[in-house]
Structures are given as C-alpha cells and as structure tokens.
Design a protein around this ligand. Structure first.
Ligand SMILES: O=C(O)c1cccc(C(=O)CC[C@H]2O[C@@H](n3cnc4c(=O)[nH]cnc43)[C@H](O)[C@@H]2O)c1
Length: 303
C-alpha cells in the first residue's frame, strides 16, 4: 500500500496489474504480479530460488509496503493464504504455478494502495486493506516522498527505515517533550525485521541508488521552522527523514502481525519552509527507480 502509488506501481516493471480491488472507502488495491520465469530445462533448477511475495502498502506509497503493501506466495510456513478465485489473472497469486515443463515455480505479487496523507488516513487504509485482503502478506511497505535531515539524506536520495518513529505522539511540557513511553502508555516505535533494511540497502547499492538506512519520523505536521528542526534532531539524532504516514501504516501492520518497513525518497530538506526548493518530481523518479530495483530483487526473495 503506498501513498504515492503511481510511482511505486510504475517502478514495478515486469509486473502485470490485475483488476483493482475496491475498499469500502473507495480506495483501490491494485495487485501487480510478476509472471513466473521462463521454464528451465528439465532436470535443471528453475533459477527462481523461492521467491516470496511482498506487499507494499503505504500512504505515499503505502506500496506499500506500500508502498504500498504486498501479498504472499505459497509458503511452507503457511503464511500465505491465497483465496479461492485468485485475483482475476487466472491463478491465485503466490501459489506455486506449474511451468511448461510441469515444475512448480512461484512468482511475486505486490498490492499497491494509495493510503492518503497523514498517519490516521494511512492507518485506516492499511488496516482495511489488510483486514479485507483475500491473501496474507509477507511484508507491508510504507513508501513515498519525505523530508530529509541534512546531512544524512540529500535531495533525491532514499531513506530505508531501521525504525519508524511517531515523533509527535506524546505530551509537550514546560520541560520538554515526553513520548508516550515516558507517559506510561503506548509505544512510539516500530522496527522492521532486523535483516531487511540492510538487504534493501544492498539492492539499492548494487543498483547505484544513493540511500541511507536510518530512523524515519512520522509527524502530522510538516516541519517548517529551524527551531522545530533542531528539536527533532536533538530528540532523534540518527533520523534521516520525516514524513506523515509511516507510523500509521506500521500500527496497522503490527495489528495484523505483518512485518513493516518504510521507504522514503527525499523531496525536500527538513528545515524552514521553502516550498520552491522542493523537488517532488525528482523524488518520485527516485521512488520509481527504487521499486524497480526492489521488484527484481528483494521482493522475489523469502523475507
Ligand atoms: O506546502 C505545499 O505547498 C505542499 C505542496 C505539495 C505537497 C506538500 C506536502 O506537504 C506533501 C506531504 C506528503 O509528502 C510527504 N512529505 C514530503 N516531505 C515531507 C516533509 O518534509 N515532512 C513531512 N512529510 C513530508 C508526507 O508524507 C505527505 O504524504 C506540501
């Protein structure tokens, strides 16, 4: 599920879109499936490994995981539960499909959903998509554009989350901000599976895409002053990006027991508001390239 679903979907070249599934809200989940690879000669390995399926929901590209979110494949662990009837492409996504030689091969599927702007809209969209899906998901990706913290994340670079942090979920006090953990209730951090950010980074490095693995902050308000920027950096010195949806998507994914990661392409630098300096087009190009790289690597792997 992804907020910026167009770039996520456009990046997944080699994947074929099937008829959208409508959510009660009117938003749609578009399933993109990578066709099974060409058959290998009899007796030879099919060369596919055991491709898993990914979900990319995200509000910006809540492909997911978002970006958007993705769905599952036939998995001995039983994580995948393709529904009868499939997705309209003729075979249930993620199930092993016999190739021309009769050998079973699997293929990946990614469901892309535009989740809306802000943590609440993104959480609702992700939760509804997860709850009403005929498939189980291996991963939810919250993807889209975001603000980058200098010097970690320059314009056009990609930030892969190693933590998704609700940076304004707490209380303001005369002595400073208190996160919900300090107030004694709730949780303001979701963590992706430990190996996943590194694996995504490896794919981006091999693809020549500038990136950093770091915490991504979720805020309901785009930062627009030097004072607020300094405050966030003081509280989260490792953070490389801020956006408005990741924590909402992560809450929905966690409620369903599905791993989550956030991926942001940097459209602007976090700081005093300078709308003319935003480079949304370049960031969307970067996001599309990122999903092209992931769609031919990480999304085909067991997660
Ligand atoms: O202020 C404007 O004129 C304006 C025009 C277009 C878009 C915006 C946004 O605020 C987009 C929010 C959207 O993009 C993500 N995003 C991008 N940069 C940041 C940021 O620095 N801080 C927080 N969110 C950002 C966000 O996830 C939303 O989905 C404004």
């Amino acid at each position: 599920m992804a907020v910026e679903s167009d770039s996520v979907a456009a990046g997944l070249d080699g994947y074929a879109a099937s008829a959208p599934r409508a959510l009660p809200s009117g938003r749609t989940v578009t399933r993109l499936r990578r066709p099974a690879p060409a058959p290998a000669p009899r007796g030879a390995p099919d060369g596919t490994g055991a491709p898993g399926t990914v979900a990319a929901p995200g509000p910006d590209a809540p492909g997911g995981r978002p970006a958007s979110d993705a769905a599952g494949t036939g998995d001995p662990a039983g994580r995948h539960r393709p529904a009868p009837g499939g997705d309209g492409t003729g075979a249930p996504a993620g199930l092993p499909v016999p190739d021309a030689s009769g050998a079973a091969v699997t293929h990946a599927a990614v469901d892309v959903v535009a989740g809306g702007v802000g943590p609440a809209a993104a959480a609702v969209t992700a939760a509804v998509a997860l709850t009403t899906s005929p498939y189980a998901y291996d991963l939810v990706v919250s993807a889209g554009i975001g603000g980058g913290f200098a010097p970690h994340a320059p314009l056009g670079s990609v930030v892969v989350s190693d933590a998704i942090i609700a940076a304004d979920l707490g209380a303001d006090t005369p002595d400073g901000y208190l996160a919900v953990e300090e107030l004694g209730f709730g949780c303001s951090v979701h963590l992706p599976p430990p190996a996943l950010p590194g694996r995504i980074a490896e794919a981006l490095r091999e693809g020549g895409r500038r990136h950093v693995v770091a915490p991504v902050l979720t805020l309901s308000t785009v930062t627009g002053t030097a004072a607020r920027t300094a405050e966030l950096i003081a509280r989260h010195p490792r953070a490389a990006a801020e956006a408005m949806e990741g924590f909402g998507v992560a809450e929905a994914a966690a409620a369903h027991g599905v791993p989550v990661v956030e991926i942001r392409a940097v459209s602007n630098t976090v700081g005093p508001r300078d709308r003319a300096a935003w480079r949304i087009g370049e960031a969307l190009d970067s996001l599309r390239d990122t999903f092209r790289l992931l769609g031919s690597t990480v999304f085909l792997e067991d997660l």
